[in-house]
Design a protein. Structure first.
Length: 582
């Protein structure tokens, strides 16, 4: 028996070594680098430094090669701290020009800059190039600065026929495409067959997308969700000139290996590009992982994937509870949430960048990315146009009227309350409203909100608007939580405070209880059922009381369509600890 044990040990060791050798050899076959189950793409173009999550093991080259107008000098632009910031180092120019800013500054007179080469980050060196200056897409505008989408650098076709050419040595078979960018006109992401275009992937017409040409077995995903598609362009999926993450799978018969990003035949103009990754195999099994990686960088959409950690997981359906109907906060409540707020910057009328908007996510600690807000707003002021719902219901609270948007940045710093970012409502007309009605059914509910009022004048804080109301929190001479049916209401009064506090309402059967900072302040045992017809909620105002606007600040509200009697103290403890509420 000892001899057999020794043999087993030797055999096991030998097998491990053999597997390692085989794995190493397989990884190098046909240029495929197997990383995290994702094969290396055939071509990978991006405004960030890609990594193992999309099959790129390492890349040390530049991001793009640019040409400036005036003297047509060219330079390679490097990545800076993992992504292109375009203040990074450049090469092939004079010693006095060491950054992209120096390069386009051109001795004090800024000039436009165009992309000559978009470097392929795979090991295949399928660089996308354009030698004809008049057909090069733009990266920098002398007047308005860097071309961006949602605050991230982008390559923009300018003269409708701008295109970058590349080659993939594969004439037919399966392929997968992942793309981040946007367009407002009939155009293509990439196409084969040169300008004759025997196919074009995700072309657009009238604000809608489709796939044309010799492509079969197709499937299309927009912002992580399956969308309809047609190989002849008869069925469309709307993009509406919004930044999108477009994923496409299909089988193709290419008559040429020569491909083009941008202009192709009748599709004049191309998408504004931030990232394009093409695989010559089916990446269906890796789709969600790749999409999550791209979305975490470009902050395009809020996933509706069930969380696997965070407060919404701890007290959600995955742990035996019920998921929140909506959740707004200046911190990350779900590990699947990537977006916190959409911010508009006000630089003053007529200034470049005035009224631009961008999505803001979370930093490495799960807090609102205040540095990103400061970088975006600069000396301007910042307002919240959308507070992204972190639940799976997409009940985002937004405001399109510029004069009614609450403030988050004062021109110098992010507004805070007790050391945490805070959304400031002016008490005059500021409010955020939801557009959907995924709220509690008739019966129980609970909500937890961190807020502060600056006056005790009548004001609406959190409620439904219009028609019979299902719930609301307001302030008159006291703090009131009310639940309404079609014809009656139950209202309980608590303490009106002028300091940051956690207000909790919990309705369990016929009993409704209000808590201030975790302490019971009032209750009523004759609470009516909740009426939910056309229930659309709002933060800071209700249309039936247009003069009762919140005068104060908001940091978090989590609304549940069930009572949280068993979870209340746990949720309150989590909230109060984060916001430093005594």
């Amino acid at each position: 028996m000892p001899d057999i044990d020794k043999i087993n040990v030797v055999s096991s060791d030998s097998i491990d070594k053999l597997n390692a050798i085989l794995k190493s050899n397989i990884a190098s076959v046909n240029g495929l680098i197997m990383v995290s189950g994702v094969g290396e793409p055939a071509a990978a173009y991006s405004m960030r430094l890609l990594g193992e999550e999309v099959g790129i093991s390492s890349y040390t080259g530049p991001a793009i090669r640019v040409r400036r107008t005036g003297d047509d000098v060219e330079a390679d632009v490097a990545f800076d701290s993992g992504e292109i910031t375009l203040s990074s180092s450049i090469s092939n120019t004079t010693a006095s020009e060491t950054t992209f800013g120096d390069f386009v500054g051109h001795g004090g007179t800024p000039v436009d800059a165009f992309v000559d080469t978009w470097y392929d980050q795979s090991s295949n060196a399928n660089h996308a190039e354009q030698d004809v200056p008049s057909s090069q897409p733009q990266i920098y505008d002398a007047t308005n600065g860097l071309i961006t989408i949602n605050g991230k650098p982008a390559i923009k076709p300018l003269d409708l026929i701008d295109a970058l050419n590349f080659t993939i040595d594969r004439s037919s078979g399966e392929f997968s495409m992942f793309f981040a960018g946007q367009t407002s006109q009939r155009s293509s992401i990439f196409a084969g067959g040169g300008t004759s275009a025997n196919y074009a992937v995700a072309a657009i017409s009238g604000g809608s997308g489709a796939v044309f040409g010799n492509v079969t077995n197709t499937s299309l995903f927009v912002d992580g969700s399956a969308s309809s598609i047609s190989t002849q362009g008869d069925a469309y999926t709307a993009f509406n000139n919004n930044q999108s993450l477009i994923t496409f799978f299909g089988d193709h018969t290419w008559t040429t290996d020569d491909l083009v990003i941008g202009y192709v035949n009748e599709f004049t103009g191309g998408f504004e590009n931030q990232e394009l990754i093409i695989y010559t195999d089916d990446q269906t099994d890796n789709r969600t992982g790749i999409e999550e990686n791209i979305n975490s960088e470009y902050l395009i959409y809020q996933p509706t994937t069930q969380p696997t950690s965070g407060l919404l997981y701890d007290y959600g359906s995955a742990t035996g509870g019920t998921d929140a109907a909506a959740a707004y906060s200046v911190r990350q409540l779900s590990n699947k949430a990537v977006l916190c707020m959409r911010i508009r910057r006000d630089m003053g009328a007529g200034n470049p960048g005035d009224d631009d908007e961008t999505n803001i996510g979370f930093d490495a600690n799960g807090d609102l990315d205040t540095q990103a807000i400061a970088d975006f707003c600069g000396t301007g002021t910042g307002y919240v146009t959308r507070w992204w719902d972190q639940s799976v219901n997409s009940n985002h609270a937004e405001q399109t009227g510029q004069g009614e948007q609450p403030q988050i940045y004062n021109g110098t710093a992010v507004i805070t309350e007790n050391g945490k970012p805070s959304v400031q409502f002016d008490g005059t007309d500021d409010n955020l409203q939801t557009s959907s009605s995924s709220w509690s059914t008739a019966g129980d509910l609970a909500y937890f909100m961190v807020m502060k009022t600056t006056t005790t004048s009548p004001q609406e804080i959190w409620n439904t608007r219009g028609g019979p109301r299902s719930f609301n929190a307001s302030l008159t001479s006291t703090f009131n939580h009310a639940v309404y049916s079609t014809s009656s209401e139950t209202s309980i009064a608590g303490t009106a405070t002028l300091f940051q506090c956690l207000q909790t309402l919990n309705k369990d059967g016929s009993n409704m209880s209000q808590y201030l900072d975790g302490t019971l302040t009032d209750s009523d045992s004759s609470a009516v059922n909740v009426y939910t017809a056309s229930a659309v909620a709002g933060i800071g105002a209700r249309s039936s009381f247009p003069t009762r606007y919140l005068n104060g600040s908001f940091q978090e509200i989590i609304h549940y369509p069930v009572n949280q009697t068993s979870n209340r103290t746990g949720i309150e403890s989590n909230v109060m600890t984060y916001f430093n509420i005594p």
